[in-house]
Structures are given as structure tokens and as C-alpha cells.
Ligand binder design. Sequence first.
Ligand code: APR
Length: 252
Amino acid sequence: MKEAIKNAAKVIIESRATIALTGAGISVESGIPDFRSKDGLWSKFDPEEYATIYAFRENPEKVWRMLKEMEEIVGKAKPNNAHIGLAELERMGLLGSVITQNVDNLHQEAGSKDVIEYHGNSKTLTCLWCKKTYDYEEKKGQYPPKCECGRILKPDVVFFGEAIPPLAMERGYQLAGSCRALLIIGTSAVVSPFNMLPRMAKQAGARIIELNLEETILTHDITDIFIKGSASTSMSEIISHVEGLKADNINR
Ligand code: APR
């Protein structure tokens, strides 16, 4: 695996146009379960019953039982070395944007400035009826949170059956189609349209680096450099190699 880390660091240094795609796996070491691993969220809550917009309209109180559990976990979570490593690469001018499926705000808390949230963010809530929006803090501790019109509020995360925010979609396609290297971290890549981005980048000639605990449907299809292991350990090793290469370049 050491060779793969070195190769990834070299690609990132040479690329000058690297972006990152992240999924729930990058936040597991911050204490937030992912969805499809053995003890993931969907092993506890059937997404058909808890994660579609139809389920929310049908029975918002029931969906808020899952959301409450997730909010309590996310509320305690802090960025780990994988989030911090991506923010570090951005600070060094070696990473442009992070396109994430996560709604936990940990990339922003780690210091990443350009974060594109494909599946929205849990920091605000909207009333589906009167369209009024609230900050999460205004309704913290209220379950289910209610709008002043009396209806139950929905967090501004994208449920199955809802559209991806158009600006996020547009920027995602533009960045995937023009990057020279792609860092894919902690995603099973089974959910569209997010999972179209890796292939778009590959078709545009980008080098694909994948960090995951296990192989995914991308690994033997489009991935050039696969780094098996936890996101925080792998990112920390990549960062130290990148810093070493940068130091070598300066001393030349
Ligand atoms: N380090 C690296 N990878 C990890 C780690 C870790 N510590 N822990 C888990 N993983 C990997 C798993 O092996 C898996 O491939 O992260 C991936 C998580 O996959 P999913 O649980 O499917 O999460 P994600 O890909 O983000 O799901 C996409 O599906 O349910 C919807 O809206 C939800 O945004 C989510 C979307």
C-alpha cells in the first residue's frame, strides 16, 4: 500500500486540478455510521420507510425518529484527519473543490472552503407547505420541529425521490469533466446521479485515486490507484508524502 500512497501523492502534486468526491465513509471515524456497511444506518432503518420524500409526507413523525437519532450523532461529531487532510490540500493550492454526498458539515468545519453538497445540508429546515426556512439551532431539541404555520419541518437534505440542488449538479458535472485528478473517498458509488461523476472524470482523462476500506464497483472499472484502509489513516499518509515532495521540489 505504501507504493499506492506515494503514487497518489505524486499525482496530486503534478495534477494542479484535483477535486475530491466524498461519501459517508469519510465521516465514520468521526462517529457517524455510513449507510450500507454491516452496521450502517440502512441496517436499522429501511430507506424505503424512512428516507424517501413520500415517506416524509406520509408520516413525518416516523421519519423524525430516524432524523433525531442521526442529529444527536452528527451534533457530537468532529472532523477527522481525512476531512482535515482535504482542507490542508486546499490550503496548499493542490485541491479545488470537495463534492460531497454528506450532510454533516464536517468538511466546512475542517476548513474546506469550496464544498458542493450534492445531497443538501442538515443545518437548515424548510416547511414544505409555507416554504419558510429555519436554522437548525432555532429548532434544536424540538422533535419533530414545527413551522409557525403548525406543520412539521423537513431538514434541507435530499431525500430519495427529490431533485439534486441544480447548482450543485451543474458544478459537479463541470468540475468532474475538467479535473486532472479525482480523489474518491468513502463512497460505495451506488447512488446516482452522484455516481456518474467518477466516470465523467475518467472519460475526461483524469487519474482516479480511490480511498476505501474495501473494493467498490469503481475499483476494477475506473480506479487507477486504490488505497485500501481507513480514510483518516490514508489521507494522513498522503499528506505527509505530499509535504515531503513539496519540500524536495523547493530544495531543487
Ligand atoms: N474509511 C474509508 N472508507 C470507509 C470507512 C472508513 N473508515 N468506513 C466505511 N467506508 C466505506 C464503505 O466501505 C463504503 O464503500 O464508505 C462507503 C460508504 O458507502 P455508503 O454507506 O453506501 O455511503 P455513501 O456512498 O455515501 O451513500 C451514498 O446513499 O443513502 C444514500 O443519501 C445517502 O448520501 C448517501 C448516498
